[in-house]
Design a binder for this molecule. Sequence first.
Ligand SMILES: NC(=O)c1ccc[n+]([C@@H]2O[C@H](COP(=O)([O-])OP(=O)(O)OC[C@H]3O[C@@H](n4cnc5c(N)ncnc54)[C@H](OP(=O)(O)O)[C@@H]3O)[C@@H](O)[C@H]2O)c1
Length: 181
Amino acid sequence: MEQTSAPLITLIVAAGEDDAIGRDNALLWKLPQDMRFFKNTTWGMPVAMGRKTFQSMGGRPLPGRFNIVISRQPDTASDRLPDLRHVDSLDAAIAWARETNCREIFIAGGAEIYALALPLADRVLLTRVHAEFPGADTHFHGFDPEVWNLVSAQPFRKDEKHAYDFTIQRWERKTAIPADK
Ligand SMILES: NC(=O)c1ccc[n+]([C@@H]2O[C@H](COP(=O)([O-])OP(=O)(O)OC[C@H]3O[C@@H](n4cnc5c(N)ncnc54)[C@H](OP(=O)(O)O)[C@@H]3O)[C@@H](O)[C@H]2O)c1
């Protein structure tokens, strides 16, 4: 059946208490439970990301998802892969995602792309890592809890595989963005 309504735009991000998300173009932690959440949530969906985040993943598309890499530089070679597209703007990423007839598009960072997408987002899936990371060089800025409703929060305790406590939070925008955004 043809999808008629615009897909939801969801930011998916993991950030420390100080909003830290990365350092030296890599993540600041290894949290397998959160990686599983990311994989299960985004599976089969379009996932848009900045060129640096794509490179931080080894320059390989996430399997089982439609990968959309945002860059000002054209990259026609990678566009020969069926599950990878390079686009030159967030708008183009959203337009391409819509063509997949999806019900949701995920924005997977990094900081530059989160900053562009946050004003357009309907939902934020925020893994809050309960620690501070003073050595971080990349942050998730601009998230104002006043603008969002916290609809669920699932806590996880640190253990031998997880160095930090963390909570997976689902936030929905209080006032919906008009469909012709
Ligand atoms: N904790 C998390 O949840 C999470 C998630 C994702 C990433 N990260 C971390 O975040 C860091 C990377 O983030 P970042 O902010 O440095 O980079 P980024 O957002 O991943 O990518 C930045 C690149 O996106 C392209 N871009 C940005 N604005 C654009 C625009 N308006 N139009 C077209 N292209 C545009 C540019 O690519 P070109 O230079 O090619 O033009 C720019 O260099 C890494 O440390 C990564 O590990 C953390």
